[in-house]
Design a protein around this ligand. Structure first.
Ligand SMILES: Cc1ncc(COP(=O)(O)O)c(C=O)c1O
Length: 292
């Protein structure tokens, strides 16, 4: 878990002189996404605190990747797993979760991640004794996994040279934990949010924060600025990363790189920008955007 490679992106676009762009290849985690970090830490914390005992089912709302991570870890440790997610979560993700033996409850795609979040809370309120509610949107262990992992790794892998960190937000765990760690190491590091340009977007795994329920772990004081990305820009960059860099990733990774390049073009020589490649493109092969 963790210690993923930091890849320099130097074929995707001509960057301003002296500006370098790196991406953390989170698809190298064991279940294939950045969410392995939070899920592992949350389950380990549940076991250590005694809240997750052998008679409990791990339950949470997920846009897919955290669910895959819970399902993998649940199978390995012998805990049943129940996952609530919008029905339009990609077929590949649902089939991976089912392969690990998890139970899936689908919620209305029109309500996006909020629908899954509200439905899981209702179920936990009805039968609290049955579940270990991982609650990735409000559990401080989620950003802490990135504080101890992703943020520290970026600091060390750049030899302390990182000047900017830029990433999108789902639960916000990656952005909050990583930014908090980087600013602790060097308070002048600038941390930038990538946000879908519309509430109705196709950047799976990310939230349009202004129009959805804000996660309890979100810390807006870490947001130095925001770069908006449209679904089309994210699709286009996802295709370019595959064809021009040989990096096969999902749409939120395309959004992150698209926004990171926009940021790079505003920066002076000496800037070192780091973003996140959240998951692998193999989770989205049935999506039509690949065929444009
Ligand atoms: C594909 C993808 N990208 C980005 C994110 C956002 O990560 P975080 O929840 O740490 O904000 C997620 C979260 O599930 C995701 O699945």
């Amino acid at each position: 878990m963790g210690n993923t490679p930091l890849i320099e992106l130097n074929r995707i676009d001509a960057l301003p002189a002296g500006v370098r762009l790196f991406a953390k290849a989170e698809f190298f985690n064991p279940s294939g996404s950045v969410k392995d970090r939070a899920a592992t830490a949350i389950i380990a914390d549940g076991i250590a605190s005694g809240k997750l005992s052998k008679d409990k089912t791990i339950i949470d709302a997920t846009s897919g990747n955290t669910g895959i991570a819970y399902a993998m870890i649940g199978a390995a440790y012998g805990y049943p797993v129940t996952l609530y997610m919008p029905a339009n979560t990609s077929a590949e993700r649902k089939s991976i979760m089912r392969s690990f033996g998890a139970k899936i409850i689908e919620t209305s795609p029109l309500e996006s991640s909020d629908g899954a979040f509200n439905a899981v809370r209702e179920e936990v309120a009805k039968n609290p004794e049955k579940y270990f509610y991982a609650d990735q949107y409000n559990n401080p262990v989620n950003p802490f996994a990135h504080y101890n992992g992703t943020g520290l790794e970026i600091w060390e892998q750049t030899g302390g040279k990182v000047t900017h960190f830029i990433a999108g937000m789902g639960t916000s765990g990656t952005f909050v934990g990583t930014s908090r760690r980087l600013k602790k190491e060097n308070n002048s590091i600038v941390t930038v949010v990538v946000q879908p340009s519309s509430p109705f977007h196709g950047i799976e795994g990310t939230k349009h924060m202004e129009t959805t329920i804000k996660p309890g772990i979100l810390d807006e004081s870490l947001e130095d600025s925001v770069v908006e990305v449209s679904t089309e820009q994210a699709y286009e960059m996802t295709r370019k990363l595959a064809k021009q860099e040989g990096i096969f990733v999902g749409i939120s990774s395309g959004a992150n790189v698209s926004a990171a390049l926009e940021l790079c073009h505003t920066l002076p020589s000496g800037s070192v920008v780091v973003t996140i490649l959240c998951d692998s493109g193999s989770r989205y092969t049935s999506d039509a955007f690949w065929n444009v």
